[in-house]
Write a protein that binds this ligand. Structure first.
Ligand SMILES: [Zn+2]
Length: 273
């Protein structure tokens, strides 16, 4: 099913969270759709910068939309972190159901200006726009500085744009492996008191199961997950290749990886319902 309404906003108001998973091919995309069908939950497939290096936005749009249409649950097709307005416009044309314009590194005024313009364009095309305020560091490239989202800036973003979802920095960190980052619930509460938007948490592979459950009770509508499924796929593939050194057929070698991704995505989806 296509993504026909704002399931993220609904989830934010209803103590649930929609999972957005980064995908890198049709194999993991299909595994995630199967997991969502089993869980009877909407899900979002996200195309990030790494994925766009291998395949153009337009190709991703066609591939993932045709998979979404055939699914038994609503499947969103989302453009992840993009600071280039032209790429956002291409994704809107390519039929994505939501796009992220990440102007968090720009001066506030400029971030607001672009977010306002692109959210207007997104709405004219019947889709949703996610923006960002604050800085969520990337652990894999050694970034350490967490710049928490300011409630004042969140208010200004809400008042001056038609943004649908706001990605915030409340302690979360991208691409954590083997350790967790604590969520600052006091900061989150403060932002929620000053701004009515549904919020998005990135770097969710690095959040403890306890914090995940607590976040369901807050106004969080979407959580982005990439690393946990990437690691599941890669670790399973490595084990399979070591166990079957004569096998060369990629379709056969990936069977267990795809099954493992489906199971992991299913458990995550169930935990967020
Ligand atoms: Zn992110």
């Amino acid at each position: 099913m296509k993504w026909t309404k704002d399931y993220v906003k609904e989830a934010a108001e209803d103590n649930r969270i929609i999972a957005g998973f980064n995908v890198f091919g049709h194999e993991d995309a299909m595994a995630i759709i199967k997991a969502a069908e089993r869980a009877e939950s909407p899900v979002i497939l996200m195309v990030n910068r790494d994925a766009r290096r291998d395949l153009q936005i337009e190709h991703w749009g066609s591939l993932l939309n045709s998979m979404a249409e055939a699914a038994k649950v609503p499947v969103g097709v989302h453009l992840d972190h993009t600071s280039d307005p032209e790429s956002v416009k291409r994704a809107i044309k390519a039929g994505f159901s939501s796009v992220m314009f990440d102007g968090s590194k720009l001066p506030l005024e400029e971030n607001i200006k672009w977010t306002a313009e692109l959210s207007k364009l997104a709405h004219e095309n019947g889709i949703y726009l996610e923006g960002e305020l604050g800085a969520v560091p990337y652990d894999d490239i050694g970034e350490t500085k967490i710049q928490l989202t300011s409630v004042d800036e969140a208010k200004q973003m809400q008042d001056n744009t038609d943004i649908d979802w706001l990605a915030i920095s409340v302690g979360n960190i991208h691409r954590l492996v083997g350790r967790f980052a604590p969520i600052h619930f006091d900061v989150l509460d403060e932002i929620q008191n000053g701004c009515d938007l549904p919020f998005v948490i990135h770097g969710s592979s690095g959040i403890t199961p306890e914090d995940m459950q607590k976040l369901k009770l807050e106004r969080i509508g979407k959580m982005n997950l990439g690393t946990s499924l990437r690691k599941t796929f890669g670790d399973t593939l490595r084990a399979e290749m070591e166990a079957r050194p004569e096998e060369f057929d990629r379709q056969k070698l990936m069977v267990k990886s795809v099954a493992a991704v489906e199971e992991k995505a299913y458990l995550i989806l169930k935990s967020l319902m």
